[in-house]
Ligand binder design. Structure first.
Ligand code: UDP
Length: 473
C-alpha cells in the first residue's frame, strides 16, 4: 500500500487534474526491464499515482510486468523483437541494454503516437524513462513529449558517468594493469579506479557508450530523478546540480514512499518471514546477491561453508542462475552436507520479500552485492552490510558503505573467497565490536532517512517539486 501523501504533497496533487477540464493528467513511464530498474520505476509510479496522476507503463516483452498486479495502471507492450534472455555476464547485459534501445525504437514511436492520439496531447505531461533508454527519450522529444529521466543508482555513481570522458582523458581508464586499480581518482573522492564502472580494455568502448547515452538522455530531458536522499549524498547531489543544467530531484529512498511495489520477477518465498519471527532480535544474517550477480561453483561452495562455519543464523537467497554460465532458471546446487550442517540454524530460499526481510527485527546484518536498491534498502532499515560487489556500480556503492557511511566492510577484496575469510567476516559483522559500531551508525542513517521521507523532509519536498514540475510541462 502506498501511504497517503502528507498535506504538503497533497497541495501538488490537487493540481494533477486542475486546469485541464478536471481531467487527470497522464504520466508515461518506461522502465529498463531489469529487476533493479523495474522496482524503483514501479515505486515512482506509486508515488505519482498517489498524487493524482494517471500512470501508463510502456514495457518490453522481455521481463514484462504482470499487469494483473497493477489494475490501477495502464500497460502498453512495446515489441522488442529480441529472442531469449541475455546471459548474466555483464558484457552481455550491457550489449543487451544497447540492443534493446535500437530494437524498441520504431515500435515505441508507433505506440507512443497512438497513446498521444487517444489521450489528447495536452493530457499527457511527460515520459519518465530509465536513464539507459536514450532512444525512447529521443522518440518522445521528436513527438514533442517532454521527458524526465529516472536514474536508479546513486548520485555519486551518476557523477562518475558525467566525469567518465574526463577520467578516460586523464588516463584512469581503460585499466591496463591490475596495479592501477588502487589508484585514487582525485576528481571523484573517495573512489579508486577499481570503484569506477569498468570492464577491462575489451569492454571499454561498450561502457563508454552506455554511460555517454545515459548522460545524453539526462541532458535532453527536463529533469533527473534519483532514488537517493539528501542526508546520504548531500555533496554528491550538490556536485550534480552544479554540473548538470537540469533540475535534480532526490526523492529517495523510494521504497519508503511506495513499498512493495509488486514488480518482482521471481516468486517471493514469504515463509521465511515466519521463520524470522521466531529468531532472536538482530541475530540473523540475510544473504542475497540480487537478480544478476553470479559466482563460480567454487565461490558458491566457499560461501556456503563460510556461512556454515560462522555459527550465525542466516537467511540466504540462492536464486536460480546464481552460478555463472548456467541458464537463468537453473537451480544452484549447494554443497553436499551443507543442509545437514546448518539444519535448524538457517533457511535457503530462491527469492525473498527483501524489503520486509530487512525491516524484520531479527535481521542484524546483510551480506550483499551492493546493487543500489539493496544498499539503499539496507541503509534505510539500519542494517549494516558485508559487501561483495560484482560489477557495474556495485564497487562504488561498496566503497561508500565502507569508507563514507562506515556501515559495513568488504569481504574478499575482489579476490577469491575462502571459507575462513567468510567465517571471520560474518562474525566480525554480527558479533564483533566494530560490527556493533557499524550497526549504531546504520541506525543513525535509518533515522536520517526517516527524517528525509517524513513530513516536510527533503525527499518529500523534492517529490512536491517534482510533481509540480511535471504538471507544469
Ligand atoms: N530483491 C528481492 N528479493 C530478493 C533479492 C532482491 O525482492 O530475494 C529485490 C531487492 O529488494 C531490490 C532488487 O531486488 O529492490 C535488486 O536490486 P539491486 O539494485 O539491489 O540489485 P540488482 O538485482 O539490480 O543487481
Amino acid at each position: 500500500m502506498t501511504p497517503p501523501p502528507s498535506p504538503a504533497v497533497e497541495g501538488a496533487a490537487a493540481t494533477a487534474s486542475a486546469g485541464h477540464g478536471g481531467r487527470r493528467r497522464h504520466v508515461l513511464l518506461f522502465p529498463l526491464p531489469y529487476q533493479g530498474h523495474i522496482n524503483p520505476m514501479f515505486r515512482l509510479a506509486g508515488v505519482l499515482h498517489a498524487r493524482g496522476c494517471a500512470v501508463t507503463v510502456f514495457h518490453t516483452r522481455f521481463n514484462g510486468p504482470d499487469a494483473a498486479r497493477h489494475p490501477e495502471y495502464r500497460f502498453v507492450p512495446v515489441p522488442d523483437g529480441m529472442s531469449g534472455a541475455p546471459s548474466v555476464a555483464i558484457d552481455s547485459v550491457v550489449k543487451h541494454i544497447l540492443a534493446l534501445n535500437d530494437a524498441c525504437e520504431a515500435a515505441f514511436r508507433e505506440r507512443l503516437a497512438a497513446v498521444l492520439a487517444e489521450y489528447s496531447r495536452d493530457a499527457v505531461t511527460c515520459l519518465v524513462a530509465d536513464a539507459h533508454l536514450l532512444r525512447m527519450v529521443e522518440v518522445a522529444r521528436r513527438l514533442a513529449v517532454p521527458t524526465l529521466v529516472l536514474r536508479t543508482g546513486s548520485a555519486a555513481c551518476f557523477a562518475g558517468f558525467v566525469a567518465y570522458p574526463l577520467l578516460c582523458d586523464k588516463g584512469y581508464l581503460p585499466v591496463q594493469e591490475s596495479s592501477e586499480l588502487d589508484r585514487p581518482v582525485r576528481e571523484l573522492p573517495p573512489y579508486r579506479v577499481r570503484d569506477l564502472m569498468h570492464m577491462g580494455s575489451d569492454g571499454h568502448e561498450l561502457v563508454c557508450e552506455l554511460l555517454a547515452r545515459a548522460v545524453a538522455a539526462v541532458k535532453l530531458s527536463s529533469g533527473l530523478i534519483l532514488n537517493t536522499f539528501d542526508a546520504l549524498e548531500a555533496p554528491e547531489l550538490a556536485k550534480l546540480r552544479r554540473d548538470l543544467a537540469v533540475p535534480v530531484f532526490d526523492i529517495g529512498p523510494l521504497h519508503k514512499f511506495s513499498p512493495a511495489a509488486g514488480g518482482s520477477l521471481l516468486r517471493e518465498n514469504r515463509s521465511c518471514l515466519e521463520w524470522l519471527d521466531v529468531q532472536a532480535p538482530e541475530s540473523v544474517l540475510y544473504v542475497s546477491f540480487g537478480s544478476l550477480a553470479c559466482m563460480g561453483g567454487r565461490e558458491l561452495d566457499e560461501t556456503a561453508w563460510g556461512i556454515a562455519g560462522s555459527g550465525v543464523p542466516f537467511l540466504w537467497v540462492v536464486r536460480p542462475g546464481l552460478v555463472c554460465g548456467r541458464a537463468p532458471d537453473e537451480p544452484a546446487r549447494l554443497p553436499e552436507g551443507f543442509e545437514a550442517a546448518t539444519r535448524g540454524r538457517g533457511v535457503v530460499v530462491e527469492w525473498a520479500p527483501q524489503e520486509e526481510v530487512l525491516r524484520h527485527r531479527a535481521v542484524g546484518g546483510f551480506w550483499t552485492h551492493n546493487g543500489w536498491n539493496s544498499t539503499a534498502e539496507s541503509v534505510c532499515e539500519g542494517v549494516p552490510m558485508l559487501c561483495r560487489p560484482h560489477f557495474g556500480d556495485q564497487m562504488g556503492n561498496a566503497r561508500y558503505v565502507e569508507h563514507v557511511w562506515k556501515v559495513g566492510f568488504e569481504v574478499g577484496d575482489g579476490g577469491e573467497l575462502e571459507r575462513g575469510t567468510v567465517e571471520a567476516a560474518i562474525r566480525r559483522l554480527m558479533t564483533g565490536s566494530d560490527g556493533a559500531e557499524m550497526r549504531t551508525r546504520a541506525r543513525e542513517l535509518k533515522m536520517a532517512a526517516a527524517e528525509c521521507t517524513g513530513n516536510a523532509g527533503s525527499s518529500e519536498l523534492a517529490i512536491v517539486r517534482m510533481v509540480t514540475h511535471i504538471l507544469s510541462l
